[in-house]
Design a protein around this ligand. Structure first.
Ligand code: UGA
Length: 473
């Protein structure tokens, strides 16, 4: 059933007796912290929980532990308004909440492609035994299909039946870098539910989103569905996005062989509304804490369900994506005049500057970052690598410590034989190649995100290589 809100709402009163349901967000990473803060902004009483005391202390002190534009200001505003608190106490969470949103991470398991559900399990088994009244436990984390049913069993095992604690699944679709906007003004909301009460509670818990839409004369489509469909919507959406990116990167490979330009190709096919022009940016490929691990977990789950063949193409999507990272190493060797053998190139004695460490701009997230993956490869090939990123330096240092980190863009490029732009930060897009010319040892640039103005760089005397673009002398 799809409903476009605002319309006549189903009603469910908060078990706590509060006028609006009190919300808890379990896990205060990129997802949970953003949701907790934004839902306080929408007027809810909110409690954010994490097992990480340092993170909770930071949040409680008005300091967002991640870089997400606009979030700092909203955190401080809602802390002082008294609507937002943070805790490490499960008792506090159980006492406070009407709707408990599970926002913990579901990373790839170290022993395979499947998702690690240990944080989800621990959230439920810690919270459920402490519940003293009816509540809704609603999942937001990205999980393999079947997880909500399993959580329902865990809840039954850990809470007395007379409390009537229920489970729902409401996946999120926020994109880092624009997460505040995505949470406040979502393009759709999914309710995976088994009862009218759960629908009513989820409606009440999202009423602030619908009210905001009303004031802005917008509608928010809500799909009310079963657990399995709700869980699958999320992984299917991410699988589609990953496929779209790998499709255009496969075209980039063909363009490279045929001497064509993938940026013009993408623009041209994107004018067809059935294809659309979003997520067709060829480059060094997708990374982050979601797309790569989600397509792997989806394949693992399909295998378990006996339909592995149906998602075999996602393996190819992954391979195309990995090849783009290797392509930067190949191009580096080519530009630096080094041979490329079966063991990779020998880049010893070369100085390479990598601009960008995060998986995308306007974020400090380096999880499965293509930029850092290339940094590692270049460094292992013997290059002396210097990295600069406007926001991701601390996280990058924790991940890759064998390279040099520069404090500024100009420090980073000084003396470089080759500059690789691997995250399309505005600072890099706007960099003046004429100014940089005086600083580098060799005017060679790889535009791993096709984000630089090729003609300007070439006019400034740089040897330029894009992704899926013809070489222009
Ligand atoms: C992704 C989805 O876009 C969100 O809808 C989803 O909620 C989220 O995962 C999640 O599962 O929580 P996110 O990981 O923030 O969001 O990043 P994206 O904007 O999807 O970008 C992923 C990667 O693809 C980045 O490395 C980006 O540089 C790359 N990308 C994106 C391309 O290489 N080309 C494109 O055209 C678009």
């Amino acid at each position: 059933m799809t409903i476009a809100y605002p319309s006549t709402p189903p009603v469910a009163a908060a078990p706590s007796g509060a006028p609006r349901p009190r919300l808890t967000f379990l896990g205060t990473g990129y997802l949970g912290a953003t949701y907790a803060i934004c839902f306080a902004e929408l007027g809810y009483e909110v409690l954010g929980f994490d097992v990480d005391e340092a993170k909770i202390a930071k949040l409680a002190g008005g300091d967002v532990p991640i870089h997400e534009p606009g979030l700092d200001e909203l955190l401080r505003k809602n802390l002082s308004a008294g609507r937002l608190r943070f805790t490490t106490s499960w008792e506090d969470v159980a006492e406070f909440g009407d709707v408990h949103f599970i926002c913990v991470g579901t990373p790839q398991r170290p022993d395979g492609m499947a998702a690690d559900l240990s944080h989800v399990e621990s959230a439920v088994t810690n919270l459920a035994p402490l519940l003293k009244r009816k509540a809704l436990i609603a999942g937001k984390s990205t999980v393999p299909v079947g997880t909500a049913e399993w959580i329902e069993q865990l809840v039954r095992r850990h809470t007395p039946a007379e409390l009537g604690v229920e489970v729902a699944w409401s996946p999120e679709f926020l994109q880092e870098g624009v997460a505040v906007e995505d949470v406040l003004r979502p393009n759709r909301i999914i309710f995976g539910v088994k009862s009218e009460w759960a629908t009513g509670m989820l409606y009440a818990a999202h009423k602030g989103v619908f009210d905001l839409a009303l004031t802005e004369d917008r509608e928010v489509p809500v799909v009310v569905t079963d657990f399995a469909t709700a869980e699958l919507v999320k992984v299917a959406a991410n699988a589609f996005l990953a496929t779209k990116i790998s499709f255009i990167n496969a075209m980039a490979e063909v363009c490279e062989a045929a001497g064509a330009d993938v940026t013009q190709l993408a623009r041209s096919i994107g004018y067809d509304a059935r294809i659309g022009n979003k997520f067709l940016r060829a480059g060094v490929g997708f990374g982050g804490g979601c797309l790569p691990k989600d397509i792997r977990a989806f394949q693992a789950r399909a295998q378990e369900l006996g339909v592995g063949e149906a998602l075999r193409f996602l393996h190819e999507v992954d391979l195309i994506n990995q090849r783009r990272r290797q392509k930067i190493v190949q191009l580096s060797a080519e530009l630096l005049g080094r041979g490329y053998g079966p063991a990779g190139p020998d880049l010893a004695g070369t100085r390479i500057t990598v601009l960008g460490a995060t998986f995308k701009p306007n974020s400090d997230d380096v999880r499965d970052s293509p930029a850092l993956s290339v940094v590692r490869k270049l460094s292992r090939s013997g290059a002396d690598v210097t990295v600069y990123d406007p926001e991701g330096m601390d996280n990058a240092r924790n991940d890759v410590d064998e390279v040099t980190y520069a404090k500024t863009l100009t420090d980073a490029v000084a003396g470089a034989d080759l500059v690789c732009v691997l995250t399309e930060w505005e600072e890099f897009r706007n960099a003046d190649p004429n100014t940089l010319s005086d600083l580098v040892a060799g005017k060679r640039v790889i535009d791993g995100r096709n984000c630089l103005d090729q003609s300007v760089w070439v006019a400034a005397g740089w040897e330029y290589r894009g992704m899926g673009k013809p070489v222009v002398a």
